[in-house]
Design a protein. Structure first.
Length: 163
């Protein structure tokens, strides 16, 4: 499987579960998994992370387009499919307008075009006031999972060194 990570995966990891100061193995695992062709994100997510001006922003700046993918030609038809799905599923004009201006729109289009599993902390919700990543993914047949599901599926292990 190839995974495409939402911005909230990085932000929650830094702020909660895998702080860069106490769990560097998580961040190393992301880089190693990227080098193995399994874990990626997109340029628009990198832009969001770099706006934070913190250790996570520095980490993101150190990654190139091999980690944070740039949009290619295959994205254009996928963006049309995502747009059509969102426009046909009863979201408010405000919800649609907001969605089309966020990295979420690009993330889902990249996943659709490239056959990625979307990894996010976002939960599906039956609301017309906010377009949720899992709802769009399910609607378009894109697999979606939490970071914890991804780590378990990949059998990631963060083990202390023996002294």
């Amino acid at each position: 499987m190839k995974y495409l990570l939402d911005a909230n995966v990085f932000i929650a990891a830094k702020n909660l579960h895998y702080g860069m100061d106490f769990c560097p193995a998580f961040w190393d695992w992301l880089v190693e998994s990227n080098q193995a062709g399994k874990v990626f994100s997109i340029e628009k997510v990198k832009d969001e992370l770099e706006a934070g001006d913190d250790a996570l922003a520095e980490w993101a700046r150190a990654r190139d387009e091999q980690f944070f993918l740039k949009p290619g030609a295959a994205i254009i038809p996928a963006m049309g499919q995502v747009s059509n799905w969102v426009n046909e599923n009863g979201y408010t004009p405000s919800a649609k307008n907001t969605f089309f201006q966020t990295a979420d729109y690009w993330l889902i289009a990249h996943a659709l075009a490239g056959g990625f599993v979307v990894v996010t902390h976002e939960k599906p919700a039956d609301t017309r006031n906010k377009v949720k990543i899992p709802n769009v993914c399910v609607g378009l047949g894109i697999k979606v999972m939490t970071p914890f599901e991804m780590l378990r599926h990949e059998r990631a292990r963060f083990v202390l060194e023996r002294k």
